[in-house]
Design a protein around this ligand. Sequence first.
Ligand code: BGC
Length: 796
Amino acid sequence: MIRTLLSQIHGKRRQTTFVAALGLLAAAALVPSAAANPASKSWLNAKESPSVRASQLLRELTLEEKIGQMDQIVVGNLRAPTAPANGICSGGNNDPLQTTCLQTVLANNKTGSILSGGSDNPVDNTGAGWANQYNTIQHYAIDNSRLHIPIIYGVDAVHGFGHPTEATLFPQQIGMGATWDTSLAEAAGVATKQQALATGGNWVFAPVQDISRDNRWGRYYETWAEAPALAGALGAANIEGLQGSGGYSKPEVAATVKHFAGYSQSLNGHDRAEAQLPIRYLQDTILPAYQQAIDAGASTVMVDSGSVNGIPADASHYLLTTQLRDRMHFQGVVISDYNDVPALASAYHIAPDLAGAIAAAVNAGVDMSMEVNDSAGWDAALLKDVQTGAVKKWRIDQAVRRILTLKFRLGLFDHPFVDPSKANAAVTANRDLARKAADESVTLLRNQNSTLPLSPNVGKLVVTGPSADSVTNQLGGWSVSWQGVFGGGQVCCAGPANQIPSATTVLAGIKNAVSPSTQVVYTQDQASAVSETSSADAAVVVVGENAYAEALGDDPSPQLKASQKALISALEATGKPVIVVVVAGRPLGLGPAETASALLMAYQPGTEGGSGVADVLFGSVNPSGKLPVTWPSDAPVQQSGFNSTGPSSLGDEPKFFDQLPGTNGGQGSGYNPLYPFGFGLSYTTFGTSGLTASTKHNTVTTTFTVTNTGSKSGADIVPVYVHQAISDPLVPNQRLAGFTRVQLNAGESKVVTVSFPTSVLALTPGDIDGTAAPRVPSGAYQARVGTLTADVTINH
Ligand code: BGC
């Protein structure tokens, strides 16, 4: 009956395989409430363009309906243990959807979008469970809104669709950054799209385009790289994969560029804290990575929760309109982050009440508020704003037109439902791709006396360390729940809802890789790890960080724990080869690991991470990962004539913080890293020769030859830097402009071409009053590849 009604309303069946999860709802509630019959339902004509359809529908909406479209509410408001009499709900993951809750949010308050936050999972946390929950909500929204408008459903999927327990997960973005592989970032985007599409998550809150500059920050691992050109290229490729070949005009899911702008730049390394961004740093270093992602067709932008130069980003007309719309030409939907619009009143105190907060945000450029919990409050406050003139009707229409256009572009009016029978397979697919990503991300930082690769026939191997067999640690945050599996803990309660996700740990990867005759001794006991190592061929010690997310991951001095350092020291004292594997979301102070026989950075490598580590340990994969960030040193800052040893009160403590946050430029920066940006070893050696550079049509083209000069096949990543021959102390000595990844057999050479638009060299003029846009200075430049240089002149 429901299908028949929908068919009549929309003139056609939208999904032949639809199976609704109606068990949770009273059947009566699914009958369309106030079936409208507007004279013209022209917006239902799928042959019309999305913008025409949006304009047509916009004309039919009441002011209240428009206001509802601008609101996003968390799924918990649709769930409750039992139906509450007042219809106000705040349910948890074990609570079912309730008709009265759906009625309050979707019918009465006309909310246009629902989200699942980091820990919001359905009772049945499988692909099918997600699809069923989505279909039920979508069904209710369509049936019970006067004009049958579908909701758009937002989910976090920063390294794959992280929610369902069995989901395939990729390395966190910082690990993907180490691959420098745009085609891989795109393929991971495609895989994530398939997961999200199958489960109803038609709006994915990814990728993160904030650049990595300060590893004290708890979200460092969610970024791609410290270099804007690398972060921009990977983000653009990822968005192309996520949205599909239809791109901006016909995305399969909507991607989100977040968090605009400068979210990673807090002054003190704490999440959501104040950033101070001089105009030149903002325009020349911070905005380009967002720009590349916007140029790749991203449908939406999420606003930074912090403040920039004293103004909360959500209330910054300069950021959200002057920069984002006028300069960067973004045309899609701008959404605030979690609860951030109310926070303008409650936390920032820039407005006296919710209505004032909403007016500030909407007038600055926020189209939709991730309001989270108060759909009635949103409606009343924004209505009041329009009535008082605090928010003009044209601005409401502008925002709603963008939102409706996106819904039409996504095909939500034409195909609103998903097929739960296909969802589990989509969520668990692409394990091989996740392994390839882990393989390419693992970064070999040290390999004394060719300790690695180990022979798979090694006699006895000790495996130890807190992350050797920890699914939680290798997945990191935003995996099953916000803080990671089991809330970041190692174990949880029994029962199907608390199962450990299927993943290959380092221990499992090693066991899979070695020969049947190899003795693998796994222990978490330090004394026995040490005594077993005395009679072993080598020890693999897997250390690093536990899972975390957002502010809970802020760390003023990120380094290996004292217990981990002690374990490494004790193993090293045996004189046997000690291979340290770091599973962490950021560079850490290493202590004794700096002098280990071999050192691998695995980042937080995802469900197939253990296989990726083992592939490199035993040489079935030649490591190719290169640091996408600088690895600061524990050593004091070195400057000529001045040697900082830090305050004496710190005694022998490592002075890791001497180099935080990284500036990566300038004479006094103390850039003295343990491992520089772009560093990573291989089991072979490479050489470059014959660099040429030329410019034509605002594009710089470099060519050079890359040769595998060693005895094993492998991939080389070659960064191309540009040095600008002008005297400006604020311009870094060299900037990354492009890069390539070349696969070569032993002895093989290839001529490669790396091109980049001259716009990557744009700089804000030095003598500005804060309003000038960046431009490319004409003059002499130098392309740099390794020690090779080639001069090039740019005339703009
Ligand atoms: C985060 C966003 C995320 C949102 C929804 C916020 O706390 O800052 O990155 O997309 O939650 O879960």
